[in-house]
Design a protein around this ligand. Structure first.
Ligand SMILES: [Zn+2]
Length: 393
């Protein structure tokens, strides 16, 4: 009897070990557990995420969100839908594994297009809210859901209205296409625009779209800008992370914005190779912008005394943006982080030019994000076309 118990304990430990090992790579434990009954919570679409769900009865559900792997910064992503046979109120609690804090306020949508922040309570590290469920699907997510297909549709629209071409730059670890959109002028100089290295940083994506659209607008100013500078836009560099609803990493569990020095990940490696090929052909990387999100609106820049050309160029640009928007304070945070593997440092160290990390606040008003992006793109074009000496303050 004792021996049997020992064997059972041993087998149970093995099962536990195996299941723990599986959970380290984005394996859901019982994500589908609430996909049954008269009220259902379901995470079955691209970019959805719900690692555990417990139906406590009485239309009360407790969801647990887990990171793809650790260590990781606390940016818990969740996205799921709720549907009920009959109209009824549902009580949802979201808790984050590892006793971590929620970063994002819950957003709600009926159509995955229009989203608003949903009324909620924060109880310690738990997020609680009620949802009026019915047979009409309701989506709940940490931020607006912008999946891989969204980028494909967006690029299609861009190609209808401007002389850009989308093509495949390479493939992610799981074989998803990484797209690049290019505009070619009468030029050998390139402005590089990157996005979505960190999947949940949706406000960065919401800034990238209007920023790029302004650069690609059909007006004489933008036309002459695009004659003078080529554009390389890679709006979605982490399609695996987006599809899996990851908090931060790619499918290998690696932060792509720490990989711009070792290039161990296929996503960063292929961009690096493409840029190296351009340079080998006699082309020049002139400037780069990488779109992200954080707690507040901030522009991480390289210091003016860093060994790059046109050392005051970014200061001139962002100073001009600040003047253009009297009600918005442009916060510039210069920093030099050698060996850290962030993209802006990569551009400066490899091509001796400025680059910035363009960060929008997680909860910054969505219309404001658009206005800032439009103005940022216009002032960028003005600064790059002005003919001013950017080596002087
Ligand atoms: Zn980021």
């Amino acid at each position: 009897m004792k021996k049997q118990l020992l064997i059972c304990t041993w087998l149970f430990s093995i099962v536990l070990l195996v299941s723990c090992a599986e959970t380290t790579i984005n394996e859901s434990n019982n994500a589908q557990a609430c996909n049954a009954g008269a009220v259902r919570l379901i995470a079955d679409f691209e970019a959805s995420r719900m690692d555990e769900c417990i139906n406590q009865g009485n239309n009360t559900f407790v969801i647990t969100i887990k990171p793809e792997n650790t260590p990781i910064n606390s940016s818990p992503w969740y996205a799921f839908k709720i549907v009920a046979d009959q109209p009824t109120q549902v009580k949802v609690t979201i808790q984050i594994s590892g006793n971590r804090f929620n970063r994002y306020l819950p957003k709600i949508s009926h159509d995955m297009t229009t989203w608003r922040t949903h009324t909620h309570r924060v109880r310690g590290k738990r997020l609680e809210f009620n949802v009026d469920a019915s047979s009409k699907v309701i989506y709940i997510a940490a931020q607006e859901v912008i999946d891989n297909q969204y980028y494909v549709d967006w690029a299609k629209k861009l190609q209808l209205s401007s002389a850009v071409k989308q093509s495949v730059l390479g493939q992610s670890l799981q074989g998803r296409p990484i797209y690049k959109i290019e505009s070619h002028g009468n030029s050998k100089e390139w402005v590089v625009i990157l996005g979505r290295l960190h999947p949940p940083e949706i406000t960065g994506a919401l800034a990238l779209f209007p920023f790029v659209e302004t650069l690609l607008a059909n007006n004489s100013y933008a036309d002459s800008f695009r004659q003078k500078y080529n554009l390389l836009i890679i709006p979605n560099l982490n399609p695996d992370g987006v599809a899996m609803g990851n908090w931060r990493h790619n499918a290998n569990g690696v932060d792509l914005n720490r990989d711009w020095i070792t290039f161990k990940q296929p996503e960063t490696q292929q961009v690096h190779q493409y840029l190296q090929d351009l340079v080998a052909e006699g082309q020049k990387i002139k400037f780069a912008v990488d779109f992200h999100s954080t707690q507040q609106d901030v522009f991480y820049t390289m210091p003016v005394n860093y060994e790059v050309e046109d050392r005051y160029f970014v200061k001139h640009w962002l100073g001009s943006l600040d003047k253009t928007m009297p009600n918005f304070e442009v916060v510039q945070k210069p920093g030099n982080r050698p060996n850290n593997g962030v993209s802006k440092q990569y551009f400066s160290d490899n091509y001796q030019v400025h680059a910035i990390t363009y960060e929008m606040g997680d909860e910054t008003n969505r219309d404001t994000i658009k206005i800032i992006a439009n103005n940022a793109a216009v002032t960028l074009m003005q600064t790059m076309m002005s003919g001013a000496d950017h080596n002087k303050e």
